[in-house]
Design a protein around this ligand. Sequence first.
Ligand SMILES: Nc1ncnc2c1ncn2[C@@H]1O[C@H](COP(=O)(O)OP(=O)(O)OP(=O)(O)O)[C@@H](O)[C@H]1O
Ligand SMILES: [Mg+2]
Length: 435
Amino acid sequence: MLHHLQLSNTGPAPDLQLELAPRLNLITGDNSLGKSFLLDVAWYCLTRRWPQELNPGLNGGAMAQPTQRSQAAEISFSVDGESDPNQAKTYHCSFNLEEEAWIGQAGRPVNPGLVVYAMADGAFAVWDPARNAWKRKGAVDTPEKTRAYVFSSRQVWSGLPNPQSDLGSLCNGLVQDWANWQRENGEAFSQLRAVLHRLSPDAVRPLLPGPLVRISRQDTQDYPTLMSPAGHAVPLPHWSSGVKRIIGLAYLLVWAWQEHVKASDLLARPPARQMIFLVDEVEAHLHPTWQRRVVKALMDVVDNLNQHTAIQLLLVTHSPLVMASVEPLFDPERDRWWDLDWSEANQQVELTPRPFNRYGDANNWLRSEAFDQADTGSLEREAILRRARQLIQSGAEASADEVAAMHSELQSVLGATDVFWNRWHFEASRHGWQP
Ligand SMILES: Nc1ncnc2c1ncn2[C@@H]1O[C@H](COP(=O)(O)OP(=O)(O)OP(=O)(O)O)[C@@H](O)[C@H]1O
Ligand SMILES: [Mg+2]
C-alpha cells in the first residue's frame, strides 16, 4: 500500500502532499490540475519507471519534470512492502538535471505487490512482483529485463511483442487471449465471465460472451463476441467505446491476475498479498446508468480475484454520479476524498482532503467542493434567473414593463415544468404583478 506521497517543485503545484487511505482514494478537480499526473507519479513510486519511458507510444505517463530548474525537485513516498506489510519504507528521489532522471537510494526497491494502472485513454500498465521485480545476481540487485507491461490502448487488444525474441509475446492481447481462454473453457474464462457479469451496466444488459466468429475471409482471427440485447453475437471490435473501456478493464485485470498466479507458482510462492489499482477517469465513456454502478462493481471484482489480497484503489473522477454512487460504501476509516483546486488567494494549485459528506444526489455533488458549480443549468438560464431574483428583491418597486419583460425572458429559457415557475407565480401574486 502507498501511504504517503510528497512532491515539491514538480507538477502543477509548488508542493503536494497526500496521506493515502488504505482502501479507496477518490481524486476530483478541474481540468489540468494534475489528477492524471498524480496517478503517473504514484505508478512511478510503486514501480520506479514512468509509463511512457517503457512504452514511448503512450499519449500520457511522461516523466515528471522539475518546474524550476534552478531549484531542487523532489519526490518522497512511503510504501508497505509485500514481505513486511506493516512496516512502511520511505524513499526520497530528486531530479538530476544532467542525467535527466529521478535519482534515489541505490538497491532493490520495496515490492509493493501487484500494481495495475488504467489510464484515461484506454492505455494500461501492469507491474507484477512475480515477473517484473528486481532480483539478486551474485551480491547485486538488478532490475528484471521486463520492467513492467505497458500497453497503449491499441496494444491491449493486439498484444505486446517480446523485444527479446521473435517467438512468443509478452502478452497476446485481448482478442487472442479471450478466444484461447474461451476454447480452453478453464479458470481464466470462468473468471472473465464473472468479471464481465459484475461489470455489466445493469441486469437487463449483461456483458455475456457469445460464440467466436470470423469477421472477414481475409482475416484468420476468431473474434470473441458479446451478445447484444437483440440476441446477436457482436464481435468485440464492433462494440461501443463504453463497452470497449469495460472489457479492456475486465481483460487486463483477469490477465494480470492469471499470469501473476502462474508466475508465482513457477517461483513456488503464494500470490501477492497487496494489489494497488490506479484508474484515471473511472467513468470514461460510460452512460449515467453505468457510472452509478462502476465503482462498487470494480471494488467487488478486485476483491473477488483473491480474498487474501488487500486492495488499495486510487480513482480519478469528473463525475458527480460517481461521487454520489459511493455514498453508501464510503468508510472514513478506510477511504478518503482528495480535491484539487486552483486557489485564487494563494495563486496556486492546492490538494485538500475533504470530509466526505453525503450530498445525496448528483446535482448536490455538482454544487459541492468537488465540482464547485454555482448552478447546474445552462449559462443563459443561470443569468436570467439571477436577474429575475434581483427583480423579486425590488418587489413592489418593479414596474409593470420590467415584470412583463422578465416574464418573456423567463419563457425563452425555462421549460414548462421548471421549478422556478412556482417561485415566479408566487412572487407575482404576492406583489400584485400581472406578468
Ligand atoms: N510530466 C510532467 N512534468 C511536470 N508537470 C506535469 C507533467 N505532466 C503534467 N504536469 C502538470 O500537470 C498539469 C496537467 O495535469 P494533468 O494532465 O494531470 O491534469 P488533469 O487534472 O488530469 O486534467 P484532465 O481532467 O483534463 O485530465 C499540467 O498543466 C502541468 O502543470
Ligand atoms: Mg487527466
